[in-house]
Write a protein of this length. Structure first.
Ligand code: DHB
Ligand code: MG
Length: 265
């Protein structure tokens, strides 16, 4: 790990300098300690407002058909209830797929297949999505959703540890993917990025979910393996001349989180 250069500074560091200065300049009042970063829910009123604003825009722009509604609902029957992407994030990924003209999508982490359906619809009839899932039970829930959504012919689910399935694709020298969505176990993000680079060409888009984690991504001294997995993949992207990237924080019905969108030069 080489987190040294990229170790985020403490959000409270900004309050330390003024505290020192306060000694020398009477009348200066140090700002109150900022709220401690918490795991995403924040203040409940704030969260309710985020949710309402999501509702406003989603009701104006988006409609989930019965298959997507059921894909979200059936997420409660997976190993990670409620972890599927938000409505607007699904629509954003569809749009990114269409804007980039992606035809072949690789997804790390299927769960109930909500995002898989978004990709499968966006790639069109001649496109294909390969999605990697550890749990046979989750895959079974997802397959039923692909049938309901009418995309089962475009979706291939590979069962097993995602790093192994990806290595299998590398060994088979499959046709490169145009877009990769990394949304599986977060400690393995660096491995998944490395595999994605083996499986794509210049121009490919790589998206990584859940990189903000309620602000925990910059919490000093974190030992959370998910946070460390995010920081390592951020550092790997930053150090890789083949990639340019941007991180977008999001608040909304899923709390406070965000995506990295990277593009292969
Ligand atoms: C978690 C993982 C996800 O992929 C997600 O979208 C939300 C939460 C998690 O690890 O808790
Ligand atoms: Mg996710």
């Amino acid at each position: 790990m080489n987190n040294e250069q990229h170790t985020p500074h403490s959000p409270s560091a900004a309050t330390q300098a003024p505290n020192v200065g306060a000694e020398a300049s009477p009348g200066f009042r140090a700002p109150a300690e900022p709220p401690r970063l918490s795991a995403g829910t924040g203040n409940p009123a704030q969260h309710a407002a985020w949710r309402e604003v999501d509702g406003y825009f989603n009701d104006a722009f988006l409609s989930e058909d019965a298959a997507l509604v059921e894909a979200r609902r059936s997420g409660t029957n997976t190993t990670m209830p409620g972890a599927e992407i938000a409505r607007n994030q699904g629509a954003f990924l569809s749009m990114l797929t269409q804007i980039s003209g992606a035809r072949r999508v690789l997804e790390f982490g299927t769960l109930a297949g909500y995002s898989t359906i978004c990709f499968a619809r966006a790639v069109g009839e001649r496109g294909a999505v390969t999605t990697l899932e550890l749990s046979p039970e989750n895959a079974e829930v997802a397959r039923a959703n692909f049938v309901r959504a009418g995309v089962e012919a475009r979706v291939r689910v590979l069962l097993g540890p995602a790093a192994e399935s990806a290595q299998h694709l590398i060994d088979q020298a499959v046709e490169p993917f145009d877009l990769v969505f990394i949304d599986a176990d977060k400690p393995n993000n660096p491995k998944y990025l490395a595999a994605a680079l083996e499986l794509t060409r210049p121009g490919a888009v790589i998206v990584i979910d859940n990189v903000v984690r309620g602000g925990a991504v910059i919490e000093p001294g974190s030992v959370d393996p998910a946070v460390l997995g995010v920081r390592q993949v951020v550092s790997d992207i930053a150090d890789d001349d083949r990639l340019e990237a941007v991180a977008l924080q999001a608040v909304g019905e899923k709390g406070w989180d965000g995506l990295v969108v990277a593009r292969r030069r």
